[in-house]
Design a protein around this ligand. Structure first.
Ligand SMILES: Nc1ncnc2c1ncn2[C@@H]1O[C@H](COP(=O)(O)OP(=O)(O)OP(=O)(O)O)[C@@H](O)[C@H]1O
Ligand SMILES: O=C(O)[C@H](O)[C@@H](O)[C@H](O)[C@H](O)CO
Length: 174
């Protein structure tokens, strides 16, 4: 069963593209932002970037949620920034065969998108720079597809579908 993380900085389109993949295919969708503890949300709303300790329990909760769907035999998409290699490896350790779709975006485009939705969202534009400072791009890691996040959402979802069909066996991911 496929388990795919849609990763990248704030505003890269994790939720949009994960939904476009998961909804028509009947996959479960785990929205990472819904698993942040209140303290993390308060921090972000206050304009303070999360650190490793803040993200630690959150990553474990996400792994547990994905594992529960997978144990039930259901394919699952997870939206999670997964900015650092250590965060991805933590998820991989809990979920063998896990794959990642990295939605690549420039700081300028991320800031544009996050500013456009500011007020309606917990994540403030002032934190966009910290996302790029923390980001360790997953280029070269196994089981990762890197996509230009400025392509249309449906084109991105189609590219993910093609990739999954080409490498359908968890553990055999590229
Ligand atoms: N491929 C795309 N082309 C143009 N705009 C997009 C695209 N994908 C997402 N957007 C827009 O960018 C904004 C952020 O999208 P989305 O919420 O999916 O990103 P996200 O990575 O899940 O963000 P966050 O993690 O910060 O919640 C939304 O306004 C969305 O409509
Ligand atoms: O690791 C992080 O810093 C957080 O997960 C952020 O990326 C936000 O939650 C998200 O992107 C905004 O909604």
């Amino acid at each position: 069963m496929a388990a795919v993380v849609f990763m990248g900085v704030a505003g890269c389109g994790k939720s949009s593209v994960a939904h476009a993949v998961a909804q028509p295919a009947g996959w479960a969708l785990v929205e990472g932002d819904e698993f942040h503890p209140p303290a993390n949300i308060a921090k972000m709303r206050a304009g303070i970037a999360l650190d490793d300790a803040d993200r630690s329990g959150w990553l474990d909760a996400l792994a547990a949620a994905v594992a529960a769907h997978a144990a039930g035999g259901r394919a699952v998409a997870l939206t999670c920034s997964a900015l650092r290699r250590a965060y991805r490896d933590r998820l991989r350790a809990a979920l063998p065969g896990l794959r990642f779709v990295f939605l690549e975006i420039t700081p300028e485009e991320s800031l544009r998108r996050v500013t456009a939705r500011a007020g309606a969202h917990l994540f403030p534009p002032s934190l966009v720079a910290s996302q790029f400072a923390t980001l360790e791009p997953p280029h070269g890691e196994p089981g990762v597809l890197c996509l230009d996040a400025t392509r249309p959402r449906e084109a991105l979802a189609a590219a993910v579908g093609d990739w999954l069909r080409e490498a359908p066996i968890p553990g055999d991911a590229r």
